[in-house]
Design a protein around this ligand. Structure first.
Ligand code: FAD
Length: 546
C-alpha cells in the first residue's frame, strides 16, 4: 500500500507517523513545499518574543529523524502542483528543478491554511506568520532595531504577536475592525482583555481598519496615522485549497475541502484534514472552519486508522481554544451568546467571578466565567473564561462535559479534585452547575447586564446589597444601598414592584434575592454582579466609539 501525504506539519505528520505505527509495510511519502517538516507553528510567536530562545527548539523533527524512527520518505522543498485522480498520480516540483510524478493508492491532503492578505496600498511590506520562513523574516526585521509595530487583527495570533513584540521592547498598536478584541468571544468577556492590553501599554484601536501601509506608518480608517516600523498582518486565514480545486475535489460552503466523517473527499481515494477542510459543528451540525492544532492532530491520527481499515469516525467540533495575553488566559468552547442570539436559539447566560483557588490560600487569581445553557434541555451550549491561573482547566472540564453530554445542572454533581492551593471545595465548575440548577428549577431568577437599563426604565428598582463602603466607591446609577445583612429590617424602605438586587459578583445578590423572595417580594439578581455589568458597559463604550 502506498500513501502519499501533502503537507508535513501538524495534520500531515500525525497521519504519517500513525500510519507507520499501524502498518510497518506501507510505503509512506510526505511532500512538504517548505524547508521544514514537523515544526511548532504554535510556538512561533514566542520565538519572536524571545520566550523560546533557540530557533532549533521549534524544529521537532527532520526528514532524517523521521526516516530513522518511522521509515518515512519525507521530501522537503517538494511542492505537489497537481492531482490526477484518474491515474492516481500527483505531480511534484522539486525546488526550482525537476518536475516528476508519483503514484498513490491513498492520497492525504493536509495543506493547512494561508493568511488572508487584504488588497491595501503598501501591504507588501506587511509580515505574516505561518511557518519557519515567516519567523525568520520577522526575526531579521527585528534585527534592524525597529521601535514600533502595528499588528492588524486582534484575534488569537494577532494578540500573541502584540504581546511578544511588546516583550521585545517595541511600541505596539493593535488595529481591529470589530468593536472588540477576539471577535469569537462575547463583548463583556473580551472587554477584560482589552483593558489588560491597554494597561500593558498597547495602543488599541477598535472599530478601526487599516487603509494603507506606508514606509514606516499605517493609515487607519478614522484618518489617524500610527508609527509602524514593522507591520504584522493577522486578520485570519483561509483554507489552502489550490491543489484540491485543481484536482476537481468538492469544496464546502465556507471554501474548505468538503469531507465526510471519515475525512474522505469527493474522491474516495483522497482524504483531507486539518485547517484545509470544513468541519461539522457539534451543536447544529453545520459546516464550519476551525483552524486549530488539536483538531488537525486528531484528524491526522483518525485518517490513518481509516486508511488501515478501522470503522472510526471524526467527531463534530466545539472549537475549544485558549490564548495567553499578558499573563491572562482567555479560553472558550462551544457557541458564544452573540452566535446563539443570531441563530435564534433559546438560551440563558450565567456569569461568575470566582477565585482560581481558595481565597484564604495565598496567590489566588481572579477569573470570570460565562456559561451558556439551553433553556429547554439544560444542555451546555458554550463557555468562556478570562483570568489568571485555572481558566484552562475549567474550560477543558466544560468541553469534556459537553462531549460527554453532561448537562449544565450536572456540573453541580462533578466530583473534582480539591486542596486549597488548587481550587475550592465548591469548584467554579460546581458553582456554575448550582446556578444552572437553581435557574432551571426556578429556585433563583436573574437578569443580565444588558437588560438592566430597559428594566429600570420600566420601573424596576435597583438595590445594591453590598456594604456602604463598597457602594460609595462605585455604584450603578439609580441604585439604593441596603446591605444584605440589613435587608430584613429595612424591607419597608423598598418600593413595591420589581426589585433588582446586585452585589460585586452575584453571590450576596443571590442571598438577598432569596430573602426577598421568601418575604413575598419580586426580586431578581443581577447575574455576575456589578463586575459583569461594568465589563458589559465598557464593551458598549467601545462599540459607541466605532
Ligand atoms: C503563529 C501560529 C500560532 C498558532 N497557535 C495555535 C495555538 O496556540 N493553538 C492551536 O490550536 N492552534 C494554533 N495554530 C494553528 C495550528 O498551527 C494549525 O491549526 C495547524 O498547524 C493545522 O495543521 P495542518 O496540518 O492543517 O496545517 P499546517 O500545520 O499549516 O501544515 C500544512 C503544510 O502543508 C504544506 N503544503 C501546503 N500545500 C502544499 C503543497 N501543495 N505541496 C507540499 N506541501 C504543501 C505547507 O507548506 C505547510 O507546511 C497556530 C498557527 C500559527 C500560524
Amino acid at each position: 500500500m502506498k500513501i502519499v501525504i501533502v503537507g508535513g506539519v501538524a495534520g500531515g505528520m500525525s497521519a504519517a507517523t500513525r500510519l507507520r505505527r499501524r502498518d510497518e509495510t506501507a510505503h509512506i511519502v510526505v511532500f512538504e513545499r517548505g524547508d521544514h517538516v514537523s515544526f511548532a507553528n504554535c510556538g512561533l510567536p514566542y520565538f519572536i518574543g524571545g520566550v523560546i530562545e533557540e530557533r532549533q527548539d521549534l524544529l521537532l523533527h527532520t526528514p532524517e529523524s523521521l526516516a530513522a524512527r518511522f521509515a518515512l520518505d519525507v521530501r522537503v522543498r517538494n511542492e505537489v502542483s497537481a492531482i490526477d485522480p484518474g491515474t492516481k498520480t500527483v505531480t511534484v516540483r522539486e525546488g526550482k528543478g525537476r518536475v516528476y510524478t508519483e503514484t498513490y493508492d491513498h492520497l492525504v491532503l493536509s495543506p493547512g491554511a494561508s493568511p488572508i492578505v487584504p488588497p491595501l496600498p503598501g501591504i507588501e511590506r506587511a509580515l505574516t506568520l505561518r511557518n519557519i520562513a515567516d519567523v525568520d523574516a520577522m526575526a531579521s526585521a527585528l534585527d534592524q532595531d525597529p521601535r514600533s509595530a502595528a499588528v492588524i487583527g486582534a484575534g488569537f495570533i494577532g494578540l500573541e504577536l502584540a504581546e511578544n513584540l511588546h516583550r521585545r521592547g517595541l511600541d505596539v498598536t493593535v488595529v481591529e475592525a470589530s468593536d472588540q478584541v477576539m471577535p469569537p468571544l462575547d463583548a463583556e468577556m473580551a472587554a477584560q482583555i482589552a483593558d489588560e492590553l491597554t494597561a500593558n501599554g498597547i495602543d488599541l484601536r477598535l472599530g478601526t481598519q487599516a487603509t494603507a501601509v506606508g514606509p514606516d506608518t499605517v493609515t487607519l480608517s478614522d484618518g489617524s496615522v500610527v508609527r509602524a516600523d514593522i507591520v504584522v498582518l493577522a486578520v485570519g486565514v483561509r483554507p489552502e485549497t489550490t491543489l484540491a480545486k485543481a484536482g476537481g475535489l468538492a469544496l464546502g460552503p465556507h471554501g474548505g475541502i468538503a469531507v465526510d466523517a471519515q475525512l474522505r473527499t469527493s474522491d474516495p481515494s483522497i482524504y483531507a484534514l486539518g485547517d484545509a477542510v470544513e468541519k461539522y459543528d457539534a451543536l447544529d451540525h453545520s459546516d464550519l472552519l476551525v483552524p486549530l492544532a488539536n483538531t488537525a492532530n486528531r484528524q491526522g491520527r483518525l485518517v490513518a486508522d481509516v486508511i488501515v481499515g478501522d470503522d472510526v469516525h471524526d467527531r463534530e467540533v466545539l472549537g475549544t481554544a485558549i490564548v495567553g495575553v499578558f499573563g491572562k488566559s482567555v479560553a472558550m468552547t462551544g457557541w458564544s451568546e452573540k452566535r446563539l442570539r443570531a441563530a435564534g436559539r433559546s438560551y440563558r447566560a450565567i456569569h461568575i467571578h470566582p477565585d482560581s483557588h481558595a481565597g484564604y490560600y495565598p496567590g489566588a487569581d481572579a477569573m470570570s466565567m460565562k456559561l451558556l445553557v439551553d433553556t429547554t434541555t439544560d444542555a451546555i451550549l458554550g463557555a468562556q473564561g478570562v483570568g489568571g491561573e485555572g481558566v484552562d482547566k475549567r474550560i477543558d472540564v466544560i468541553a469534556t462535559a459537553m462531549t460527554g453530554g453532561i448537562t449544565a445542572s450536572g456540573l453541580a454533581d462533578l466530583e473534582l479534585s480539591y486542596a486549597p492551593q488548587f481550587g475550592s471545595a465548591k469548584d467554579p465548575i460546581n458553582m456554575l452547575g448550582f446556578i444552572a440548577d437553581n435557574l432551571r428549577r426556578g429556585v433563583a431568577a436573574t437578569v443580565q447586564w444588558h437588560e438592566l437599563a430597559s428594566l429600570v426604565a420600566e420601573g424596576a428598582q435597583l438595590v445594591d446589597v453590598r456594604s456602604k463602603a463598597e457602594h460609595v466607591v462605585a455604584a450603578i446609577p439609580g441604585a439604593v444601598n441596603i446591605p444584605v445583612d440589613e435587608l430584613r429590617e429595612r424591607l419597608s424602605e423598598l418600593p413595591a414592584g420589581q426589585l433588582i438586587v446586585h452585589c460585586r459578583v452575584g453571590q450576596r445578590g443571590h442571598t438577598a434575592a432569596s430573602i426577598l423572595g421568601q418575604l413575598g417580594r419580586q426580586a431578581h439578581n443581577l447575574d455576575g454582579g456589578i463586575r459583569t455589568w461594568h465589563s458589559g458597559m465598557s464593551a458598549k463604550t467601545n462599540k459607541g466609539k466605532s
